[in-house]
Design a protein around this ligand. Sequence first.
Ligand code: SF4
Length: 425
Amino acid sequence: MIRVSAVHPDSIAQELGLREGTQLLAVNGRELDDFLDWEFLTAEEEFLLHVRRPDGEESEFEIERPLGEPLGVGLEAPRIRRCANRCDFCFVDGLPDGLRDVLYIRDDDYRLSFRYGNFATLTNLKPHDEARIIEYRLSPLYVSVHATDPIVRRYLLRNPTAPEIIPQLRYFAQHGIEFHTQVVMSPGVNDGAVLRQTLDELYQFGPAILGCSVVPVGLTEYSKHQLVREPTASECRAAITLIEERAGVALADRGAHWAFGADELYLRAGVELPRAEIYDGFDQVENGVGAVRWLQQRIQREASTLRGWEGKRIGVVTGTAMAPLMPMVLAPLSTITGSRFELIPVVNSLFGARVTTAGLLPGAAMQQALRNRGDLDLVLLPGESVNDDGLFIDSMSLELLAASVPSDVRVSRDFSDALQEPIGV
Ligand code: SF4
């Protein structure tokens, strides 16, 4: 059963009298479990919909509508699938106490993998889930492989019953499912020979594996430091060598680079970032793979639309990780817009200084850094630090932060989004 959370005005759903709280029970006699059932079973022009209204009355509607016309309902958020693993590097273990409850949920959900590109391990799939992945053709999926060796993988996931990943991927691939994969690299466990084996086996698997990224393990002050550590610069360099070897073979063999290192891996290694061309379309940019090159490309493409900023002073808030790389993005942006950009790297006051990613910056730390910056015409905040409800990780709202900063504030994912409209227009 799925519950309606909103009905759009002038929609089919409104005509039918559906409203918030209406339960969507079945389509063509098939019970609805979640948004996937809803989307796939209602994709036809005609279907029979069975609902229960908030007062308990049940009705059936024969729906007939032009293909592609939405029904006009918003659905309540699905119950997230919980993770069956206990990785030593899990982000949840690295959280301090006292944050929003939802942040402590270890999610491992193939549905969100298909929809939003979240990585899933596929260790919690039931036969029903496997059947849905195939029936609904949920492809591509984003899969955390970590290691193809089953013993190493089970150790990393702290899950002695995790199924072997290669047969699992093969089963889905035989039914037309493709995968983007990642390895979170834990030094001394799945780097070195294990990483080489993982890259080899995933590549030899065939074209159903679209690519593999390697991301260095990231920890906070609260992580299990007695069990896991971050890689050193030389360990990151060794991983880059393996990745680039594999990418060279893949390029000659399949015309795509296939293997990628996260920006963070290059940063920690002290190695210059590769060119934009090696990222094969930036499929894993949300995973921090090619993010800097992607930003540079976006800015160049949108250059002609960024008008009216001559002579402005713009502050750019970022985490300390990106600070050394941001000048590569801000220099061309300054040339294009005629503005002066000032980088404002903010230390993470909630997780500790070793957490350097912009996405985890608390509102309070940014507020502190910006409280006396009335000299700026505009401040850009990292888009990944705010959730859909306008809250930072420490639950401070964007509204509250903006009200306490003495200059205009905008949230930005790629600069071109926030600079389309000049200030004061
Ligand atoms: S798979 Fe590992 S890192 Fe991901 S949520 Fe589960 S325990 Fe945490």
